[in-house]
Structure formats: C-alpha cells, structure tokens
Design a protein around this ligand. Structure first.
Ligand code: GRG
Length: 328
C-alpha cells in the first residue's frame, strides 16, 4: 500500500475535534433535558454555560494525549497507511468522548462559580452575560453543583466497555483530586486569601485540571483491550500539563492587562482592580514573558525526553505553543 501522511493543519485539526466535542456535549445535554425529573430552568442554566463559545482547550488536550500515545504505540503500522490527522479518528474519539465532555462540564462549573459575586463578581464570560446575571445567583450555584455530579455520572455511563473499570475508577478519583481541595478549590482559596505563592495558586487553580486532562486522556488510550500508556508517559504528561497550565494562566494574566473584552470575552483589568496576586503583579510583564519562554523549553524537553513525540502529529507541542502565544 502506498504510504501517505497528510501534513498537520492545526486549524483543521482543532476544528474537527472541537466540533466532535460540542456534538457529544449536545447529546449528553439532550439526555439530561429529556429526564422529567430535571427542572427545566436548571437544565437551561447548565446549557447556557456549557454550550457558550469556549476554546474547549481541556477537551482537546485530553484527546491529543490519547491520540499521541496510541499513534506512538501503532507506530510501525501507521507507516503503511493513508493518514489524515486533520480528520478525527472516531474510534479514538469514542474512547475519551465522555471523559472530555465531563472535563468541560467541570471547567464550565468552575467558570460559573468563579464569576459569582462572592468570588470574582464578573458579569461577562465567553462574550456573554455570566450565568448568575441571567439566571440569578441561586440558580448559577445549583447549575454548577449539578454539572459536577453530571460530569461524574457521564464518565461512568458514557465510557466504552474496552476501558477497564479499574481505569475508570482511577480517573474519577484523580478528577476529584484535581477539582477538589488539593486542586481547583484549594487554589481558589489561596487566590481569595491573596497568598503570595503565585505558582501554587496557578498550579492548583488552573494547572491541576489541565494536567488531569492530559493524564486521563492517555490513561484511557486502549488498543485490543489493553491500556497502552506507560507509567513514565503518564507521569510525564501530568508534568507537561502543569507546565502548560502555568503557561496558560500566565498568558491569561497578561491578557487581563493587554486584552480587550471583544477578544477575551470577559472584562479586562479585573485582576488589577481587585488587587489579585498574578504572575504579572509579582514579576512584571517582562518577568511573565520570560517565564513563558522558559516554560516552552521545559514543556518541549518533557515531550522529547519521555517518548511523547509522534512526529507526523506534533499536537502536544502545538497546543503548548498556543497556550503561550494565545490572544484569547
Ligand atoms: C466546586 C469543584 C469546585 C470548584 C470551584 C471556582 C473554583 C472552585 C475555581 C476557579 C477555577 C478557575 C475559574 C480558574 C481559572 C482558569 C482559567 C484560566 C479559565 C479560563 O479558561 P479558558 O480560557 O476559558 O480555557 P474558555 O472560555 O475558553 O473555556
């Protein structure tokens, strides 16, 4: 058979994956909406935040990690195929579809709660009025609560049979840690208390869920009923996620200063106005940019050193580059 490998077009790659994730989110929401026990106003509030236009970065990272370890595992075979990585392989997507949707549910919940008057008190998110502005504080709180539990239910219900029960349990445990007190919730508390350890705030508040997204996508990667990611790859992906998460959040700190509401979809200048501890407030803009350069090198080294490069599909490097150079 003639070997043909199409070159990677990141725009086509991310669009095909984002569309697949959004279609899967739509299906899970429809199931929820058809359950007569679920109050209509609650599902409207959940839908409003979950389906508003986000980058779906965490879902993309989850899928990219799964694809990377599977293509590395299949290396020899893929040499004799006509491979177009810009199109999504449905068989790979099915392995992590429910997981990627659940990660987006947890992320959407964190944005709803983060925007509440008792926390950041923001009225714009993803270019729209925040959930509590539209549905009221009580409903926003409850939509967030329901999204957390739906996320867990969705992993259990939607993960295919070829993923072992042991892996499902491990993933749910790690999700609870990443989103819980040692992760997002704890990071939010340090943020609220204006703790000076900005790295810890960013690692817990932002990095933990991003690291989980990569780790869990690889953990579910399965071929012939066997999980293919090695312990070394899994640990390196977690580390890479913390590097990428820190870079993503430092880029966010810079966008708060230099971005416009039209581009970033939320109110710029909030960090300064609320005297937040950010990378920029501690190290200045130049310090933040220098750290981004260092993180890019660190992330690339992790991929290179731990068998995480599948040359025709360098998506993990590309997503790191996006996290660093992004304008929204
Ligand atoms: C109740 C489990 C639980 C957690 C709540 C509120 C909270 C604890 C944590 C806040 C976490 C948070 C909002 C961190 C900020 C991370 C961040 C950079 C968000 C913006 O992410 P993008 O740019 O957003 O990926 P889009 O809209 O593109 O999805």
């Amino acid at each position: 058979m003639m070997t043909k490998i199409h070159s990677l077009d990141m725009k086509a790659y991310t669009t095909s994956r984002r569309e697949a994730v959004e279609a899967a989110l739509e299906t899970t929401l429809k199931n929820w909406e058809s359950d007569a026990r679920v109050p209509l106003i609650l599902s409207e509030s959940m839908r409003y935040s979950l389906m508003s236009p986000g980058k779906r970065m965490r879902a993309l990272l989850c899928l990219a990690a799964c694809e990377t370890v599977l293509y590395i595992e299949n290396g020899a075979q893929t040499k004799s195929q006509n491979l177009d990585f810009n199109k999504l392989d449905q068989k790979i997507f099915e392995q992590v579809s429910a997981l990627a949707c659940s990660i987006e549910m947890i992320h959407a919940m964190s944005l709803i709660h983060d925007d509440l008057p008792c926390l950041d008190n923001d009225d714009m998110r993803r270019g729209k009025a925040t959930n509590h502005v539209v549905f009221g504080e009580a409903m926003a709180l409850l939509a967030g609560d329901a999204l957390i539990l739906r996320a867990v239910e969705n992993i259990i219900e939607g993960t295919p049979e070829n993923i072992s029960k042991e892996a499902v349990l491990e993933v749910i445990k790690e999700l609870s840690v990443a989103a819980g007190a040692p992760g997002m919730v704890g990071g939010q508390v340090f943020d609220l208390l204006k703790d000076e350890d900005v790295k810890r705030i960013h690692d817990e508040k932002t990095g933990a869920l991003i690291a989980f997204s990569l780790w869990s996508g690889a953990r579910f990667a399965s071929k012939d009923g066997k999980h293919v990611a090695s312990k070394e790859q899994l640990e390196a992906l977690r580390q890479f996620g913390l590097v990428l998460g820190l870079a993503f959040q430092i880029a966010d700190d810079l966008l708060d200063i230099n971005g416009s509401v039209e581009v970033i979809g939320k109110t710029p200048g909030k960090d300064v106005a609320s005297d937040k501890v950010t990378w920029v407030s501690i190290f200045g803009e130049d310090g933040a940019r220098a750290k981004l350069t260092q993180l890019q090198e660190q992330g690339e080294a992790l991929l290179n050193d731990h068998n995480l490069i599948f040359a025709p599909l360098p998506v993990l490097s590309e997503l790191l580059r996006f996290a660093i150079t992004r304008s929204h």
